[in-house]
Design a protein around this ligand. Structure first.
Ligand code: NAD
Ligand code: TYD
Length: 339
């Protein structure tokens, strides 16, 4: 099938994945009208979408997905919503859980309500593999139970539960993507890969929790965005789709690969105190989305090389972010390893 959407409301698109997603849509579907709604939190940056300002079929609205009046107005002017808006960083969720509950749970509910009221063709919720919780062995299938363990993943899971309740109770046409750890250009330098790269540029230590052995499935942002677009336009009916590569990489392997690409010494790696409740491994069964015709195109080696190059060449983008509040957060977050 192919959904012929004309006017899309994209919430949270001034952030990392959302801005890459809007870039993909503007290039591949120039006739699709896109309205971005974003609160511009510390993680949102209007400059991420600067190239589209003033172009036909693009509009930026500064606002909050929890603002029911504003969301209702914008939803009335669209035939579908894609929601990226969220508080997204696990370590920050340990410091301020309520910000996550407000946006990731209540904000998702406000969007569901507006999509239901305006009888949208589809509501796509961008979720995460973290809703399954830690996966010591095997791979998570879409039918697995949620066992979130951090305030971030619990609020994403709760937001998903609300959306599923709207689908069951009110017939909301709901699509969900559960992506794995995404990396690439425009990622705020608090997640692992941009922390490692930007620290390495400045010759600072590369902090790894405990012994750097936690495993993630690192997905290049362009691949993740293509998957979301494919689900949005081609997935039949309602349903959830895991999105990942199937590869497993430890934090230590990531740090060593970054240093290798940048020709910096491995001695820059510093093991620090573990994250409380650190999920040691996530792993996804991706057979449902590959059956839809999607597969990752960018290997980790190529994606990391491209990402390192982007951060090296776009220091004007990330240097202003690594100041003031950022270092307060950094000092609160990273503690020496006590063995
Ligand atoms: P991000 O932190 O870079 O961006 C989040 C964006 O949401 C920002 O632009 C921010 O200003 C906006 N926002 C936050 N609260 C808002 C509110 N109340 N109203 C309107 N806008 C608000 O996040 P990201 O990494 O791009 O993640 C996007 C989505 O993808 C999130 O829902 C996240 O849970 C999900 N996801 C992320 C990853 C990853 O590895 N980054 C992996 C899987 C899923
Ligand atoms: P992160 O990018 O925060 O994503 P996730 O939401 O999956 O936790 O972290 C990825 C992995 O890297 C995770 O195992 C925690 C670890 N990590 C570090 O070792 N050091 C760091 O500075 C960060 C931010 C993460």
């Amino acid at each position: 099938m192919s959904r012929s959407l004309k006017r899309l409301l994209v919430a949270g698109a001034a952030g990392f994945i959302g801005s890459n997603f809007v870039r993909l849509l503007r290039h591949t579907r120039p006739d699709l009208e896109v309205t971005v709604l974003d609160k511009l939190t510390y993680a949102g940056n209007r400059a991420n979408l600067l190239e589209f300002e003033g172009t036909e079929g693009y509009r930026f609205v500064h606002g909050d997905i929890c603002d029911a009046g504003l969301v209702d107005t914008l939803a009335g002017q669209a035939d579908a919503i894609v929601n990226f808006a969220a508080e997204t960083h696990v370590d920050r969720s340990l410091m301020d859980p309520f910000a996550f509950i407000e946006t990731d749970v209540r904000g998702t509910a406000v969007l569901c309500e507006a999509a239901r009221k305006h009888e949208h063709e589809v509501f796509l919720l961008v979720s995460t593999d973290e809703v399954y919780g830690e996966v010591p062995a095997g791979r998570s299938a879409e039918t697995d139970a949620f066992r979130p363990r951090s305030p971030y993943s619990a609020s994403k899971a709760a937001g998903e539960h609300i959306a599923h309740a709207y689908a069951e109770s009110f017939g909301l046409p709901l699509l969900v993507t559960r992506g794995s750890n995404t990396y690439g250009p425009y990622q705020y330098p608090e997640k692992l890969i941009p922390v490692l790269i930007t620290n390495a540029v400045d010759g600072l230590r590369l902090p790894l929790y405990k012994d750097g052995s936690a495993v993630r499935d690192y997905l290049f942002v362009e691949d993740h965005c293509r998957a979301i677009a494919q689900v949005l336009f081609d997935a039949p009916g309602s349903g959830a789709y895991n999105v990942g590569t199937g590869a497993e990489t430890t934090g230590l392997e990531v740090a060593e690969a970054v240093l290798e690409i940048m020709a910096k010494p491995k001695s820059l790696i510093e093991f620090v105190a573990d994250r409380p409740g650190h999920d040691h491994r996530y792993a996804l069964d991706i057979s449902r989305i590959t059956a839809l015709g999607w597969e990752p195109r960018v290997t980790f080696a190529e994606g990391l090389e491209r990402t390192v190059r982007w951060y090296v060449e776009h220091q004007e983008w990330w240097r202003p972010l690594k100041s003031g509040e950022y270092w307060d957060y950094y000092r609160r977050n990273y503690r020496p390893l006590v063995s």
